[in-house]
Unconditional design. Structure first.
Length: 267
């Protein structure tokens, strides 16, 4: 999903959710203060900004002129948590929502129409939040796919149980054209789309933990050239460093949203 999906009939660069079923297709951040969020991510990730067609509360982040993420300044208005959320491509938003409900997941918002498609905000049965998008993806979506984010990770109680849930909801490993492949590697579930690793699922989260970093959640990993510089910038602009290794750092922004910066590398 994009906050200002173009009406794109006849545009050769537009990709439909039907051709990349089950793959992450967009990431969005709920925020309490859009201006402060722009300043933070501009300093940490070097993003530029442009307005979104949905209104003043929505902005599009650009890296080298290409859309990489969205901001929705609705956390206070809609009483939502400040968090990064991945959206997955589906053939039918209605079918996906029904499957989530059948499998004891939760529907927070939608499906709602956002021409040229439909979206919904959901949670899996362990409480991890995710979104779905049915319809056209934005122009030059392939550039986004190859640049940002590097991948996403689900921290959950049981990786194999979660893989079954998402597989049934999002048509993973269904043998349908464009569907994602699922592999089990080193105790993790690895999701591939067109050969690229686009998501990982790992066990170990605690469902009732008071710290949201420990509870089941989707973590967004952004590719950067200098992990150390991003960590320093986060601290200088009101954020914090939760953990840091040689090629990766888990950061928290000024508003409490958690994300990861990962050294840029081939996937």
């Amino acid at each position: 999903m994009n906050h200002d999906m173009p009406t794109s009939s006849g545009t050769k660069d537009v990709v439909s959710s039907h051709s990349v079923v089950g793959a992450p297709c967009w990431v969005s951040l709920t925020s309490r203060d859009v201006k402060a969020t722009e300043e933070f991510y501009g300093a940490v990730l070097g993003w530029q900004w442009r307005p979104a067609k949905l209104g003043d509360r929505f902005r599009i982040a650009l890296a080298d002129g290409s859309p990489v993420a969205g901001i929705a300044g609705v956390a206070t208005m809609w009483q939502m948590a400040v968090a990064w959320t991945p959206y997955f491509a589906v053939r039918s938003a209605d079918d996906a929502v029904a499957r989530v409900q059948e499998r004891m997941g939760t529907v927070a918002v939608g499906p709602i129409s956002l021409p040229p498609g439909r979206a919904a905000l959901l949670a899996d049965r362990d409480g991890a939040t995710f979104g779905i998008w049915e319809g056209d993806l934005f122009t030059d979506w392939e550039t986004w796919r190859n640049a940002q984010p590097a991948f996403i990770t689900l921290h959950t109680r049981d990786a194999f149980d979660a893989a079954i849930f998402y597989g049934e909801v999002l048509d993973w490993a269904s043998q349908r054209p464009g569907c994602c492949e699922v592999h089990y590697e080193g105790g993790e579930v690895v999701l591939r789309s067109r050969g690229d690793v686009v998501a990982r699922i790992e066990s170990g989260a605690l469902g009732a933990a008071p710290d949201p970093a420990i509870r089941p959640h989707w973590q967004i990993h952004f590719s950067v050239d200098d992990v150390e510089a991003c960590a320093r910038a986060a601290e200088l602009h009101g954020g914090s460093v939760l953990s840091k290794g040689g090629d990766e750092a888990v950061l928290r922004d000024h508003d409490g949203a958690q994300f990861t910066v990962t050294a840029r590398r081939d996937r």
